[in-house]
Design a protein around this ligand. Structure first.
Ligand code: NDP
Length: 329
């Protein structure tokens, strides 16, 4: 059979991690014929909870699960890693300023970037940052991993993308699979821009089908942007199963390709569309069957789109400024 792939997960006993481990071990991310070794990183105070997760994984008797590493040492968690899902992050506590949050996370992600640089499998590695502020955490990890191609790092906007598809499918009474060329631009935050200007449903322009500019601007866009808060209000907890599901989608598509379809990934900006080079910025991307992604080019941004694009671009620049002193040259 195939050689197992090593999948590192940080914050593995948290809400999202608890969903992710089981779905990866059952083959939903890398395929039903691909053995995996889960390499779980947790904080020292969460190692007990992680032991419980590991016991439950054992109890599932997953045929594809060839090993579980439990550790609080990033050097061990990332040893030989082919995939890394960086989920664990410092949550915003009461009274914490945004700058403090950025810095607390910058510390975590610089340590992890260095550990990835020194221990991961550089030739195959794919890194997905889920922990917030995800785009800037990806930037910090990548900049601390000078020997790894920055294109091997990414941040998650797939949940925002999937949320947009779900809203559009409901509005247009179609299946999510009927929707093409939808994308999220920019930051995984409330400034993200869910863009329907290019979107096509069964060959017809979604904008024409919706025929309601006001709905797009005053309902659709804010609903997608603020969906996380709406889930917290309803569930009393932040979204976790849907976030894990999006992380699985992201890694699966980045491995097996998108069949010519667009998806959204926050990736290393090469300057496309004026997104500053080096930022981790969400673009429409297409992944080929060998797992190589390309940013979709030559999209015409109308004036409204350009304004939204600039807002999210500026937010990412200011996040970058907030951690500048912690970035190596
Ligand atoms: P969750 O598993 O619910 O969330 C983890 C991270 O994902 C948070 O930063 C969260 O951001 C982020 N996130 C991104 N997108 C979403 C989304 N759409 N919905 C919800 N969350 C999203 O957090 P828990 O507190 O349950 O678990 C975190 C675990 O990480 C803990 O077990 C902790 O011990 C561990 N940890 C590990 C570290 C390490 O390994 N070095 C470092 C820090 C923590 P947001 O906060 O904005 O919701």
């Amino acid at each position: 059979g195939k050689k197992p792939l090593r999948v590192a997960i940080t914050g593995a006993s948290g809400q999202i991690g608890y969903q992710l481990c089981f779905r990866i071990a059952s083959g939903e991310m890398l395929g039903k014929d691909q053995p995996v070794i889960l390499q779980c990183l947790e904080l020292p105070q969460a190692l007990n909870a992680l032991k419980g997760v590991s016991m439950e994984l054992d109890d599932c008797a997953f045929p594809l699960l060839k090993g579980i590493v439990q550790t609080d040492d990033p050097n061990k968690a990332f040893e030989g890693a082919d995939y890394a899902l960086l989920v664990g992050a410092r949550p915003r506590s009461k009274g914490m300023e945004r700058g403090d949050l950025l810095k607390a996370n910058a510390e975590i992600f610089s340590v992890q970037g260095k550990a990835l640089n020194n221990h991961a499998n550089r030739d195959t590695l794919r890194v997905l940052v889920v922990g917030n502020p995800a785009n800037t955490n990806a930037l910090i990890a990548a900049r601390n991993a000078p020997n790894i191609d920055p294109k091997r790092f990414s941040a998650m906007t797939r949940l925002d993308h999937n949320r947009g598809l779900a809203q559009l499918a409901e509005k247009l009474k179609c299946s999510v699979t009927d929707i093409e060329k939808f994308a999220i631009w920019g930051n995984h935050s409330a400034t993200q821009y869910p863009d329907v200007t290019q979107t096509v449903v069964k060959g017809k322009s979604a904008k024409t089908l919706i025929n309601d500019e006001k709905w797009i601007k005053e309902n659709f866009i804010p609903t997608v942007q603020q969906r996380g808060a709406a889930i917290i209000a309803a569930r009393g907890l932040s979204s976790a199963a849907s976030a894990a599901s999006a992380a699985i989608d992201h890694m699966r598509d980045w491995t097996f390709g998108t069949n010519g379809q667009w998806t959204s990934m926050a990736v290393y900006s090469d300057g496309s569309y004026g997104a500053d080079k080096g930022l981790y910025f969400s673009f429409p991307v297409i992944v080929d069957k060998n797992g190589k992604y390309e940013i979709v080019q030559n999209i015409k941004l109308d004036q409204f789109s350009q304004e939204r694009f600039d807002v999210t671009r500026k937010e990412l620049l200011s996040e970058k400024d907030g951690v500048a002193s912690l970035l190596p040259n």
